[in-house]
Design a protein around this ligand. Structure first.
Ligand SMILES: Cc1cc2nc3c(=O)[nH]c(=O)nc-3n(C[C@H](O)[C@H](O)[C@H](O)COP(=O)(O)OP(=O)(O)OC[C@H]3O[C@@H](n4cnc5c(N)ncnc54)[C@H](O)[C@@H]3O)c2cc1C
Length: 251
């Protein structure tokens, strides 16, 4: 983690070191720009999130030097079978056959926290990329030449970063978006799902396909991830309590 440098100016300040902020910071640092990133949380978010990626994302990751890492971190997404109410197949999505237009398998599975760690490790290679973890972006001020970002450490201590540009990569509840008064269209599709990642004991046969269980009584999804990762996504029904559902004893 970096210490703030007094009276220095960065080319770009980034708020948020999730996958978007970390990829952007890597691209800018690779181009020789001086980058500062503030991230509210010190640790990488370890709960299940993204499990599928496409070949365009893989090309970006390759461009920042993570091609070899991704090659061993992914597994092919072999398509999905949609199962109807009686268990019959009602739709099939097959994977695209070779030759692959971008050189990578068009759809793959991966583990988001592993990728985020690789992105942070890569960023640490650049001496001109300053990363401030456990530092919350709390205020922005723009003058004729630069933007000043005020960040606050967990202790309450504040420090400033001056940059020619600032980019908000701070997720769905973006503080940058709110500070700049940028609107958000909420499509109001809110549903509670329980997402369960499991690691099977080795050796485990990898099921070939993903399954979408189109069952009105309990819609669900199964996705085989890379190596021994298996994911289930289970829709919570109206009236079911998400907090209660998160307790292992519920199931
Ligand atoms: C269950 C689930 C399954 C998903 N599956 C897929 C999938 O298969 N494929 C796919 O592509 N996507 C998937 N996604 C979405 C994907 O995980 C997100 O789109 C991705 O994490 C967004 O990255 P981000 O960097 O924009 O935001 P985030 O990952 O939310 O990162 C934003 C970061 O900004 C930090 N931050 C916020 N405010 C501040 C502040 N004021 N100051 C400093 N830091 C701040 C946060 O701590 C956070 O680390 C899934 C998501 C979920 C929840």
């Amino acid at each position: 983690m970096s210490a703030p440098v007094a009276n220095s100016i960065h080319d770009v300040a980034i708020v948020g070191l999730g996958p978007v902020g970390a990829i952007f910071a890597n691209l800018l640092a690779q181009a020789g720009l001086r980058v500062a990133v503030v991230e509210r949380v010190a640790d990488i978010y370890d709960k299940p999130r993204a499990i599928t990626l496409d070949h365009e994302a893989l090309r970006v990751l390759q461009a920042i030097g993570l091609g070899d890492f991704m090659e061993q971190a992914i597994a092919p997404h072999n398509g999905s079978h949609y199962l109807g109410v009686d268990g019959e197949i009602i739709k099939i999505f097959d994977p695209m056959p070779p030759p692959f237009p971008l050189g990578w398998i068009p759809n793959v599975t991966f583990v988001q926290p592993d990728l985020e760690q690789a992105l942070r490790d890569k960023l640490a290679d650049y001496p001109h990329a300053d990363v401030f973890l456990a530092a919350d972006g709390v205020a922005l001020r723009q003058d004729g030449d630069a933007v000043t970002l005020t960040a606050q450490r967990e202790s309450g201590e504040e420090f400033s970063i001056h940059a020619h540009y600032l980019v908000g990569c701070d997720g769905a509840n973006s503080f940058v978006r709110k500070q700049l008064g940028i609107g958000l269209d909420d499509l109001a599709f809110d549903e509670w799902w329980m997402v369960v990642d499991t690691l099977t004991s080795d050796p485990a046969r990898r099921p070939a396909k993903s399954f979408q269980y189109c069952w009105p009584s309990r819609p669900g999804t199964f996705v085989p991830g890379p190596r021994n990762l298996r994911r289930w996504e289970i829709k919570l029904l109206p009236g079911e309590d998400p907090e209660a559902a998160a307790r292992p004893t519920m199931w």
